[in-house]
Design a protein around this ligand. Structure first.
Ligand SMILES: CC(=O)SCCNC(=O)CCNC(=O)[C@H](O)C(C)(C)COP(=O)(O)OP(=O)(O)OC[C@H]1O[C@@H](n2cnc3c(N)ncnc32)[C@H](O)[C@@H]1OP(=O)(O)O
Length: 219
């Protein structure tokens, strides 16, 4: 007598066997996927905790038809954007993965290849581009505009009408005042409080946000 095994789970390939990748895989399993990793450290590295690494990024590009979807778990915003673009050009399916315990308004839009982790809230009429990381417990309030491959780190809070341009990184626990704009590729340091617009490529820290100064001298 054959044993009933149920419907096979859809397979998700995750590019990047990182710590971030573990969180993506854990969430994807909750969403019903079975996960394997691809990473250029293969074959020297063959596991990422409980998950198998089965090939390099080049291997993934030749095996896309085997997968129901591909996630890119690379924290660097520019590299993640580049890999997502290459995968999209090859016809890969890039699902937007939203944790069951995230709260996303029915009037919000989040782009392909984005991940939204546990405890996140995204409020009405916010739009998020492709390949975003909305990390654990961050909030993105109403009418925000987030570009492609942005990262909002754990516990960061964006008030209403904030703009975050492509590839910008909002650090852990940062707060962004309503209607402020964070320029492309900018970095907002951990716990920073942003009250005014931040130009592209800037690195700012503190309360209120100021450009990062490195002033350690030899002790
Ligand atoms: C799940 C996850 O883990 S997601 C990842 C979450 N992580 C984050 O959000 C981290 C965000 N990154 C930061 O805050 C970083 O410190 C950055 C990007 C702002 C600066 O990094 P670096 O360029 O490496 O700066 P570095 O560590 O050398 O520090 C330089 C100076 O700035 C100070 N500094 C660095 N970050 C901050 C900050 N967030 N607030 C205040 N001062 C800071 C340092 O104390 C140091 O001061 P000193 O020169 O007087 O000693």
């Amino acid at each position: 007598m054959s044993k009933f095994t149920g419907t096979p789970k859809p397979q998700l390939a995750i590019l990047g066997a990182s710590g971030h990748g573990k969180v993506v895989a854990d969430m994807a399993e909750l969403l019903g996927y079975a996960c394997v990793f691809f990473d250029d450290a293969y074959p020297d590295k063959q596991t990422n905790e409980v998950w198998s690494i089965v090939g390099t990024s080049a291997d993934l590009y030749t095996r896309l038809s085997e997968f129901a979807g591909v996630a890119v778990a690379i924290g660097n915003n520019a590299i993640r954007a580049q890999k997502l673009q290459e995968l999209q050009n090859l016809g890969a399916v890039l699902p937007c993965l939203i944790h069951p315990n995230a709260v996303v308004s029915q009037y919000a839009r989040i782009g392909a290849g984005s991940v939204v982790f546990a405890g996140v809230a995204v409020n009405a009429f916010t739009q998020v581009g492709m390949g975003a990381i909305l990390n654990t417990g961050c909030t993105v309030d109403h009418d925000c505009r987030l570009g492609d491959a942005v990262h909002v780190s754990p516990g960061a809070n964006l008030a209403g009408g904030v703009t975050v341009e492509d590839h910008a990184w909002v650090g852990i626990g940062a707060s962004i005042r309503q209607l402020a704009t964070i320029g492309a590729n900018a970095t907002i340091g951990a716990s920073c409080v942003v009250l005014k617009n931040i130009p592209a490529d800037a690195v700012v820290v503190g309360n209120p946000a100021k450009p990062l100064q490195k002033h350690s001298s030899a002790i």
